[in-house]
Design a protein around this ligand. Structure first.
Ligand SMILES: *Cc1c(COP(=O)(O)O)cnc(C)c1O
Length: 368
């Protein structure tokens, strides 16, 4: 082959998602495994969403609504914004990519915390621009260091609040101090995938006062608390001038019909949402208490997941847990060699994880 590979793509390592349950069960010969690895809603999808999707199956010979009319209207009403400021994507991953394609080119850079969500880095590189990584400070985003990393080539800043994988958050005051230092001509993309789980009332929330600053883009998703990760729906709320650029680069039918129906119905399922948040808070609190009782350090969290330090090679603990049918994430690739990332499951899933971990650590490497 003599295909020429574009220079800008040479440095990209493909994103490695958590493997699907089916694949892991086949690989390890296990069944009824418990997955606490992708921060999904353990209660499943909203029942109202499932019902709405079933009702709309007979219309699947039609193209989707390329303007997402009904879903966009609902989101706009919820946050009291003009529908034209709402962009819906095939997951918020899609919107991250659209922002990069719309606003970045060669010689531009985008500043982002690290470790954080890896899709920013990948999308920035795919657009031919350069990611500038700003290390976390004690697992939290260092907003002063992020502001200092901005230079004359910076067109975009990514912030993740709460952050993934560290579950840290920043306050409104911290953000207000940060944004004053940021030039007028660049975008500040605030990825708020877990904002619905936040318990600290001082946490910054970009949609408390939406569109008050035309530089700010808020990214949200139906993949986490709404339980619709498989449908791929995310949205962004942004200045109309920004939205207009994304319309130029997006696919005309970027969100499929079933996903639009499911997301709209899930927004009406307030009981399910509240129950989901409560179950995941209880799950996180239960897990952290149990792990502390086992003598392990867990890190504070404003989300449905957290980091636990298992005080030995996390990859090995991860493998041993897999053989017990428990799927979590080892954080070696993020530079936290002794940490696992675990999300809250149902009560029985949480108990199964604790039991398996006790077994693994008891039978594991000899104590020094
Ligand atoms: C899970 C997650 C998302 C959501 O991605 P989707 O494409 O909407 O599924 C976005 N950002 C962060 C930080 C996440 O952890």
């Amino acid at each position: 082959m003599i295909l020429k590979i574009p220079e800008k793509l040479l440095s990209i390592a493909p994103y490695e998602p958590g493997k699907p349950i089916d694949e892991i069960e086949r690989e390890y010969g296990i069944q009824k495994s418990v997955k606490l690895a992708s921060n999904e809603n353990p209660l499943g999808p909203s029942p109202l969403a499932v019902e709405a999707v079933k009702q709309s199956l007979s219309e699947m010979h039609r193209y989707p609504d390329g303007s997402w009319h009904r879903l966009r209207q609902k989101i706009a009403e919820k946050f009291k914004v003009d529908p034209e400021t709402v962009i819906i994507g095939n997951g918020s991953d899609d919107i991250i990519a659209l922002l990069c394609h719309g606003f970045l080119s060669t010689n531009d850079n985008a500043v982002m915390p690290f470790p954080s969500f890896l899709m920013y880095d990948i999308s920035v590189r795919a657009a031919g621009a350069t990611p500038v990584r700003v290390p976390l400070d004690n697992l939290a985003i260092d907003l002063d260091a992020v502001a200092e990393a901005v230079d004359s080539n910076t067109r975009m800043v990514f912030l993740t609040n709460p952050n993934n994988p560290t579950a840290s958050h920043f306050s409104s005051n911290d953000f207000q101090r940060f944004i004053k230092k940021i030039p007028q001509d660049l975008l500040v993309v605030v990825d708020e995938a877990y904002i619905e789980f936040v318990r600290d009332p001082d946490t910054f929330n970009a949609l408390d006062n939406p569109l008050s600053d035309p530089r700010i883009v808020s990214l949200r998703t139906f993949s986490k608390v709404y339980g619709l990760a498989g449908f791929r729906v995310g949205y962004g709320i942004m200045d109309k001038s920004v939205a207009n650029i994304l319309h130029r680069v997006r696919q005309p039918f970027n969100v499929n019909s079933l996903a639009q129906v499911a997301a709209a119905a899930a927004m009406d399922d307030v009981d399910f949402l509240n129950t989901s948040i409560r179950v995941m808070h209880q799950g996180v609190d239960f897990l952290r208490a149990e792990l502390s009782a086992m003598g392990l350090t867990t890190h504070p969290t404003q989300t449905n997941f957290f980091l636990v330090d298992v005080a030995q090679d996390a990859r090995q603990v991860f493998q041993a847990l897999l053989r017990q049918g428990i799927i979590v994430r080892a954080m070696n690739a993020y530079g936290f060699d002794t940490c696992l990332r675990v999300n809250a499951g149902t009560e029985s899933e949480n108990r199964a994880f604790i039991q398996a971990l006790k077994k693994v650590l008891a039978g594991g490497s000899p104590k020094e």
